[in-house]
Design a protein around this ligand. Structure first.
Ligand code: C2E
Ligand code: MG
Ligand code: MG
Length: 695
């Protein structure tokens, strides 16, 4: 405020000493504008309406009601300092007037201009200071209000917390109010998550020692019982001697950010479908477990599990059912192991389990058996019951490897051995198993040349009509006469041929060879013999399958009705338009179509009715089960009756005993195939077989 140009009001009767005051003012404050008001009410109205920097009131003028007058003035919101003019020359009386609301007092008759000038200067400075404080208080208040985060302040004496203040923002973050914090000095610390208390204590001790710690991110328990993450930033406040007397802090809630971070971290280490650890996290756990096992002289095991024939389920019922099943299996696996073991899903239908602490091999066998039994209990999914088996490979530390890669690789090799042993079993790793893997590479290399070198040959297995007892057909089954390894069976190279695409030229060669053979037999005087040829998935989805078949028929010049193509459920059950179109096209050229290995997949008979099939081949495992568990007789009878209803012939594969034969006959089965009659035979032996059986 500039003292030049001040507005000053003097209120009082002109008869009193006020003219003298005015005089002194003109000398002491030469630039001021002075207004006189003889009437108290008018003075009040002026004070209210105009902005004065200072006003003088004659005490005599107020008739002893000075206190009330000041109260009225202040009540009107007037902040200008007021000076009372009194006739009593006493410090005590003056002090009483100041207590009643005046900023200062002057004694009548003692209006020296120098005193007046000093009084005015003093009052003006006070006023500036007061308004500056008010301004900064106001700004501070607005600042605090604008912080929606939560601010707090802690008072310290002799290194101990004596009280604390938590700003209104605390309620949103913690659920407790400022008042509740004020009433309970330990409330704050009790709220800190137990696991984070040491870090919070460390932060406070740093502050009490006068250091500013880095912001701490920690958890608190909200009043609602839930966990919240906060970022806690605090700075110490020291007195002039450098003693910490308080610290001020700011808290911001970061729960959402923490959750997002956790999600990202979780996704990097866990499988999205089952929420089981992925391969990376598993490897990490194996590494940790190895350190412990080494220190305590204990064993650990890595178990690789692969669900048997799971591809069938995915292909016939779709991935939704497949995924549900994978999830159900994962839950069951977790229930079979202890808490400190790890069930991981690296992908597909494979699981890997780490047993972190084992006494030895027997423990691993025990759990492997437990897992097999638990999966056998059946899964209810989408209104259907599934029975799963699994092939398990196990490697042990220290016997089979000392690092995670070797242990997993060796358990994997053992798992492949379990598959080769007919699935649904478990195998411990043995060094010879890697020879199997080498064999695969070796075969793949040889397979490419085998076709040109004419190393493949076809064996034929008779199909016997159950009513007439006659041989009515033969299934063509390919063999590979390997120059070093001897005779190889299809399971050893067909999957490899599929993988490499070699199945396309190999499959065409088989078709042509089988058709030529059919022509030769037709030219002998045997009754017509239908030749069945297996098609693989890759051949079937290859777009030129009908052309390939027609080419073989034309080359051999046989009637298409002599040829039957064997398809599997996974090839025909996906219901795709293109599949049905291919089947109809094949049917339209006059060849027969049969569904091989029925009973291993999950297709229902009702879905068969739209397909142009002529034969259903019951899988040998199914045939086997029929006689082992005769209570299945009703189901088997129903399948056969339904097939007949759909105009399908039923052929039973893998008939090995007369028991099975008679049982199948009783069920009304049409045709059988199996070692009971003959193994697959080279063409010449098949001719001999027919000479003995057909006529
Ligand atoms: P598949 O079509 O189900 O063939 C029947 C298999 O059961 C043959 O095995 C046969 O030797 C065997 N078998 C027949 N009777 C009995 C029996 O009484 N007991 C037992 N235990 N087994 C019996 P193989 O020849 O090893 O063929 C296996 C599979 O390889 C075939 O199963 C078929 O899926 C596939 N395959 C065979 N030849 C070809 C081919 O030329 N092309 C394609 N794509 N796949 C083929
Ligand atoms: Mg077959
Ligand atoms: Mg079969």
């Amino acid at each position: 405020m500039n003292r030049a140009g001040q507005h000053i009001l003097i209120s009082g009767k002109p008869s009193t000493a006020l003219p003298l005051l005015e005089e002194a003012l003109r000398i002491g404050a030469p630039h001021a504008t002075i207004t006189r008001s003889p009437d108290l009410d008018e003075a009040l109205a002026r004070i209210d309406a105009e902005r004065y920097d200072l006003f003088f009131v004659d005490a005599a003028h107020t008739n002893g009601g000075f206190r009330d007058l000041m109260a009225r003035i202040r009540h009107q919101g007037v902040e200008a300092p007021g000076v009372v003019v009194t006739g009593v020359d006493s410090d005590v009386a003056g002090a009483a007037l100041v207590r009643e609301g005046a900023q200062d007092y002057l004694v009548r008759g003692r209006f020296e201009p120098a005193l007046i000038s000093r009084t005015i200067r003093h009052l003006t400075e006070c006023r500036c200071l007061a308004s500056a404080v008010a301004l900064s208080e106001d700004r501070f208040k607005r600042l605090l209000d604008s912080i929606t985060d939560y601010a707090y302040s802690v008072i310290i004496q002799n290194g101990k917390v004596v009280s604390s203040w938590h700003g209104p923002g605390c309620a949103a973050v913690t659920g407790y109010t400022t008042e509740e914090y004020a009433a309970d000095p330990y409330l704050w610390f009790r709220m800190v998550h137990e696991a984070d208390r040491p870090a919070v204590l460390e932060m406070s001790s740093q502050i009490i020692a006068g250091r500013t710690p880095p912001p701490l991110e920690h958890r608190i328990i909200h009043r609602d019982g839930g966990i919240r993450w906060i970022k806690n930033t605090a700075v110490p406040q020291c007195d002039r001697d450098g003693n910490v007397v308080a610290y001020d802090g700011l808290v911001s809630e970061i729960t959402a950010r923490k959750q997002a971070e956790q999600k990202v971290r979780h996704a990097a280490h866990y499988d999205g479908l089952t929420d089981l650890p992925n391969r990376e996290l598993l490897c990490d756990r194996i590494r940790q477990a190895l350190v412990r096992a080494l220190r305590h002289g204990r064993a650990l095991a890595v178990m690789v599990l692969d669900l048997d024939r799971f591809k069938n389920i995915n292909e016939t019922l779709g991935h939704t059912v497949g995924n549900q099943l994978i999830r159900a299996v994962s839950e069951r696996l977790v229930r079979c192991v202890r808490e400190d073991d790890t069930v991981a899903r690296p992908g597909g239908d494979e699981f890997i389990i780490l047993f972190a602490d084992l006494a030895g091999e027997q423990d691993a066998s025990f759990v492997a058996r437990k897992i097999q039994e638990s999966l056998l209990k059946g899964f209810q999914i989408a209104g259907q019951e599934f029975f799963l088996t699994t092939s398990i490979g196990i490697s042990l530390f220290p016997a089979h490897g000392a690092d995670e890669d070797t242990l997993i690789k060796n358990a994997d090799a053992a798992m492949y051995r379990a598959k080769a042993e007919g699935r649904n079993n478990f195998q411990f790793y043995a060094p010879a198993m890697h020879a199997d893997a080498h064999k695969k590479l070796f075969l793949e290399h040889n397979l490419r040349k085998a076709l040109d070198r004419e190393e493949f040959t076809i064996h034929y297995q008779p199909l016997i009509d159950l009513v007439t007892g006659r041989t009515t057909g033969a299934e063509a089954l390919v063999r590979w006469q390997h120059p070093e390894l001897g005779l190889l069976f299809p399971m050893e190279f067909i999957p490899l041929a599929e993988e490499t695409g070699l199945i396309i030229p190999l499959g065409e060669w088989i078709l042509q060879k089988a058709c030529m053979q059919a022509r030769q037999w037709r030219e002998s005087d045997f009754p017509p013999l239908r030749i069945s040829v297996n098609l693989s998935m890759r051949q079937f989805t290859h777009n030129a399958i009908t052309d390939t078949v027609l080419r073989a028929i034309n080359m051999a010049q046989i009637h298409p009705g002599l040829l039957e193509l064997e398809l599997t459920e996974s090839m025909v059950m996906n219901n795709a338009e293109s599949t049905i179109a291919s089947l109809r096209e094949l049917k339209s050229i006059g060849v027969h179509l049969s569904l091989d290995d029925f009973g291993t997949g999950y297709s229902s008979l009702s879905r068969l009715k739209d397909l142009p099939l002529s034969t259903l081949k019951l899988d040998q495992s199914f045939v086997n089960a029929i006689t082992r568990d005769r209570s299945n007789a009703a189901i088997s009878r129903a399948i056969i009756a339904l097939s007949h209803n759909l105009d399908l012939r039923v052929t039973a594969e893998g008939v090995e005993t007369t028991d099975q034969l008679e049982f199948l006959r009783g069920l009304g089965c049409d045709e059988v195939q199996g070692y009971l009659f003959s193994r697959p035979l080279p063409a010449a032996d098949m001719t001999a077989f027919m000479q003995n059986h057909v006529r």
